[in-house]
Design a protein around this ligand. Structure first.
Ligand code: ADE
Ligand code: ZN
Length: 336
């Protein structure tokens, strides 16, 4: 079996994907037509060709602009169903999906509309395709802590549909400490916790330390700069704190895909995983991200299986369910 085939067949777990970042231009056009919105491009190809970003803020501007076609429950359903169908086609068995409610409620779309569309697609995808997924509510860190707290309170009636909370958007001048109270309350409410520590931000290493010591996160999104601090790496490895690295995304918004970082983290026994982040914008889903890491690091089947096992181990699932997925990885390896 070729290594490409093995990457495809490997049972996968995606832990870092923004559902709004899976909105492909083709679907944008469909939703815009349905909602009577005019787009300033002739067709999806022209729209895709116009995408230009070189750092996190320039990417985020495009990402938020793209959401304007998402207005009604079926829009959120179609978005989520499209992602889960693509994930299924790449042998993703389980996904933890970020959503950004504030990016919608701030435009007058209700929390209820957003989450009902997402949830209905998750249920259908589970029944029809066998892909299981859970939701992680992300707060936008460039808005106030008060808005985040209000959003947390708004989420509580839907708590059984949400496994955890995260923090995304522009990290500059928006450190983890700004949201300490919100995350403490989220913890009290039973949510698991993660936070973005985007690559090469001001005070990246200090922010990762704050995630660990001040917030007490269960996971870190990106977190590549941890490698600059040997003690931090040891703490992350000892505590088995997962880092959700997104190589193709990194290649667009930083100085490279950080695949060397992935290799070093693996060598240090850190729980690193490979993910797609915003695949409709960066042009690669999980399989393409794994293929990039494999080719840059020359990974064999064992190395690839380790990345997949790391993700299932870090998944916010009961032990017995994780063990079922881990057995599927072992099976795939045995058959290869
Ligand atoms: N929102 C969507 N993608 C993001 C990323 N990579 N970093 C921060 N916020 C995001
Ligand atoms: Zn992200």
């Amino acid at each position: 079996m070729s290594i490409e085939r093995f990457i495809h067949d490997l049972p996968k777990c995606e832990l870092h994907v923004h559902i709004e970042g899976t909105l492909e231009p083709e679907l944008k056009f469909k939703l815009a037509a349905r909602n009577g919105i005019a787009l300033p491009f002739a067709d999806p190809k022209a729209m895709r060709a116009s995408y230009a970003f070189h750092d996190l803020p320039s990417f985020l501007a495009l990402y938020y602009g793209g959401m304007e076609v998402l207005l009604k429950e079926p829009d959120f359903y179609d978005l989520t169903m499209a992602y889960l169908a693509r994930a299924h086609a790449q042998n993703v068995r389980y996904a933890e999906i970020f959503f950004d409610p504030q990016a919608h409620t701030a435009r007058g779309v209700s929390f209820d509309t957003v989450i009902r569309g997402l949830r209905r697609a998750q249920t259908d995808a589970e029944n029809r395709l066998g892909v299981h997924s859970q939701l992680i509510l992300c707060f936008l860190r460039d808005w106030s802590a008060e808005f985040a707290m209000a959003t947390l309170l708004e989420s509580l009636p839907y708590k059984q549909w949400i496994v955890g909370v995260g923090l995304d958007s522009d990290e500059k001048n928006n450190p983890p400490a700004k949201f300490a109270k919100v995350f403490a309350r989220a913890r009290e409410e039973g949510y698991l916790l993660t936070m973005h520590c985007d690559v090469n931000q001001e005070d990246s290493v200090a922010h990762i330390w704050d995630c660990v010591n001040l917030i007490g996160v269960d996971r870190i999104d990106h977190g590549c700069n941890a490698l600059e601090d040997a003690v931090l790496c040891r703490v992350l490895a000892e505590r088995k704190l997962c880092l959700t690295v997104c190589p193709i995304s990194n290649a667009f918004v930083t100085d490279g895909p950080q695949t060397d970082v992935v290799g070093k983290m693996m060598d240090l026994g850190m729980r690193v995983t490979i993910n797609s982040d915003d695949p409709a914008y960066f042009g690669g889903y999980i399989e393409e991200n794994l293929a990039l890491v494999q080719s840059k690091l020359g990974l064999g089947r064992e190395g690839l299986a380790t990345l997949s096992r790391n993700a299932f181990e870090a998944a916010w699932l009961p032990r017995a369910v994780k063990d079922g997925y881990l057995a599927m990885v072992d099976d795939c390896l045995a058959r290869a």
